[in-house]
Design a protein around this ligand. Structure first.
Ligand code: ADP
Ligand code: ADP
Length: 229
């Protein structure tokens, strides 16, 4: 579903080269829940941005659901991104001026869905996160945990192949964080793959796989051993 071979990334600023990610191989199958952990500055965001087609890689090959990303134009990349990937951010990134319905509908407007299909998808997604009755409310009328649920509905509405979540519970207290984790696990159980960056090792141990990044070097940890430890 997602296959990265010998991918690497360096940033160049003036004369300074920062090797953000050393060459790595990674395959994620449909339905997997993968946690990405590592210290600050280790390359997690770079990795997630490359996986999400938000950033270029320098070397290697990336196949996203069978599509070779190398050489695609920006337009082709946005199209692939809109179709295949749902994003969830630490800060929710909802639009304050739009009600929940319109927030969830927003990314669907860049796809070829009819108005009727968009409506159906928005309501199904809000239903799935338990907020259908709040569709006319605005983000600031919700708690942080509820706002993240709306962001998850927005990510799900386009039926993505996978979700990319960057510290999705980073702004939430532990009770709301647990609620978001169980929602993500439910979504994953229905077949959507998830790649989630987290600082929380207890949370990471709930994933099926743990990828650790240290100084730009990716390695896989045994999730089972981690859970026992
Ligand atoms: P993390 O998400 O794990 O904190 P990042 O992926 O943000 O790590 O950063 C990895 C490394 O790449 C760091 O050394 C960071 O300073 C560097 N880096 C990230 N973005 C840029 C950029 N746009 N230009 C130059 N260096 C960058
Ligand atoms: P938290 O502090 O845990 O984020 P809040 O105090 O913000 O929770 O919200 C508690 C409950 O009240 C939530 O169900 C939220 O949706 C609701 N709520 C908060 N503010 C408003 C508002 N201005 N209008 C309608 N409902 C609100």
């Amino acid at each position: 579903m997602l296959k990265m071979s010998k991918l690497a990334k360096a940033y160049y600023t003036d004369t300074v080269k920062t090797q953000a990610l050393q060459p790595f191989d990674l395959e994620v199958q449909q339905g997997e829940f993968v946690a990405v952990i590592g210290p600050s500055g280790s390359g997690k965001t770079t990795f997630l941005n490359i996986a999400g087609l938000l950033e270029e890689y320098c070397e290697g090959q990336y196949l996203l659901d069978g599509n070779d990303v190398t050489g695609l134009s920006d337009k082709q990349k946005s199209r692939l991104r809109n179709e295949k990937i749902g994003f969830i951010f630490q800060g929710f990134n909802l639009i304050p001026e739009l009600n929940l319905f319109d927030n969830v509908e927003m990314p669907l407007r860049y796809r070829s869905f009819s108005a009727a299909e968009r409506k159906q998808r928005v309501m199904d997604a809000l239903q799935q996160v338990g907020l259908a009755s709040r569709k006319d409310h605005y983000p600031q009328q919700l708690s942080g945990g509820q706002q993240q649920r709306v962001a998850i509905a927005r990510a799900l509405a386009g039926s993505p192949a996978f979700l990319l979540a960057d510290e999705p519970t980073g702004n939430l207290d532990s009770k709301m964080a647990d609620g978001i984790m169980s929602l993500l696990k439910d979504i994953n159980a229905k077949g959507t793959s998830i790649l989630m960056v987290t600082h929380d090792t207890e949370q990471a141990s709930q994933a099926q796989r743990i990828i650790e990044i240290k100084d730009g070097v990716l390695s896989e940890r045994c999730a089972q051993a981690q859970a026992i430890a």
